[in-house]
Write a protein that binds this ligand. Structure first.
Ligand SMILES: NC(=O)c1ccc[n+]([C@@H]2O[C@H](COP(=O)([O-])OP(=O)(O)OC[C@H]3O[C@@H](n4cnc5c(N)ncnc54)[C@H](O)[C@@H]3O)[C@@H](O)[C@H]2O)c1
Length: 335
């Protein structure tokens, strides 16, 4: 349902790593108005509210019953998303929810059914689709610059593992981290037909003890036949390594890493040395997070379906679950 030309009024639920960042984006966005923030950790909400000069809501109900708020941005831990999505939909709020929707497919599908009767816009935070370079690369593929797309290589290396409390609730590397790459694969090649995954604990015993992995290589075959290779690690000493390479009958396109500046240094001991890579997802995807909110606001204003909608959240999780099964069984999983 389209809404008028006024700024879209938001509340942010969850003021942790990503919620604080989103709240900042909303506070700066001229077409949005951040009304309030809420976090079960009162100190986190107090700090964010004070920093941005907005109200701190007393609880979720206070946000959802506030008629001046038209949209919620859900940035709380993954296991809270489904309940908050359903409550927000019932209250008639538009929803921009962080990935993944949930860790359990049955709960995700039940949520999809539960919100069907409510005419609210739901967008899932697959921010990488909004990265200007990745987006430009995809547009050039679609325009046919490299002919028929045959192979995709996605490199996604985190600089360091997340904190133990986050790992515990994250659902493991494939549902938490690789889900971005599964979504990027779907963005580039469409639906996925087959998945084969290898994962291992190569350097981080803490992750292993928590039942997670620190390294993975995943092969996908798209329904179109295009082959995709994803490589992930939770530790990368030179920063946050985020690259795309697409190869086709007419050539190759690469979207490389980003740095603070483009200055290169050549001295007696080295040639062509560049600045380090941007370190965290918040630095690397600054433009993408802002464009993601911009797209959501566009959708609310013109009634369009978001580029990353609930179904995309379902399908990315489906690929993640197939990857987990493949890693456990050693078999290729067909979707
Ligand atoms: N798109 C991305 O690039 C990206 C990056 C990081 C995290 N995430 C996702 O964002 C979500 C949050 O991750 P994070 O790293 O910010 O976690 P975090 O642990 O840093 O922050 C979560 C915050 O939510 C609060 N919280 C817990 N239950 C709540 C509830 N019921 N209502 C409101 N607030 C609640 C916590 O107190 C905490 O302050 C996760 O789903 C994660 O997968 C996405």
């Amino acid at each position: 349902m389209a809404i008028n030309d006024q700024p879209v009024t938001f509340a942010v639920l969850g003021c942790g790593r990503i919620g604080r960042m989103h709240a900042g984006v909303l506070a700066r966005d001229p077409r949005s108005k951040l009304v309030s923030v809420f976090d079960v950790n009162d100190a986190a909400a107090t700090e964010t509210a004070a920093l941005l000069g907005v109200a701190k809501a007393a609880n979720v109900d206070a946000v959802l019953s506030d008629p001046t708020i038209s949209a919620v941005l859900i940035a709380s831990p993954t296991d809270t998303h489904v309940d908050l999505i359903i409550a927000a939909a019932r209250a008639g709020k538009a929803i921009l929810c962080e990935k993944p929707i949930d860790l359990d497919m049955a709960r995700v599908l039940a949520c999809q059914e539960a919100i069907k009767p409510y005419d609210v816009t739901v967008m899932i935070g697959f921010n990488r689709r909004f990265d200007p370079s990745f987006r430009a690369l995809r547009e050039r593929v679609v325009k046919g610059e490299i002919g028929t797309l045959e192979q995709v290589i996605i490199t996604s290396r985190d600089p360091a593992p997340p904190a133990p409390h986050f790992v515990k609730a994250s659902g493991g590397m494939f549902r938490d981290m690789t889900i971005h790459d599964f979504d990027m694969a779907r963005y580039l090649v469409g639906d996925i037909a087959e998945v084969h995954a290898f994962g291992g604990v190569l350097f981080d015993r803490m992750l292993g003890e928590m039942g997670d992995i620190d390294s993975a290589v995943i092969s996908l075959r798209a329904k179109s036949g295009t082959l995709v290779q994803i490589n992930n690690t939770r530790r990368c000493v030179y920063g946050y390594d985020q690259r795309l390479e697409v190869f086709g009958s007419g050539g190759m396109l690469i979207a490389g890493n980003q740095r603070e500046t483009t200055v290169q240094s050549s001295t007696a001991g080295q040639t062509g040395a560049s600045d380090p890579l941007l370190y965290s997802f918040i630095q690397r995807y600054t433009d993408a997070y802002a464009a993601e909110v911009g797209h959501f606001v566009d959708c609310l204003k013109n009634g369009a379906t978001p580029l990353t909608n609930f179904a995309d959240g379902v399908e990315a999780l489906r690929v993640a679950e197939a990857a987990i099964e493949s890693m456990k069984t050693g078999q290729t999983v067909r979707l």
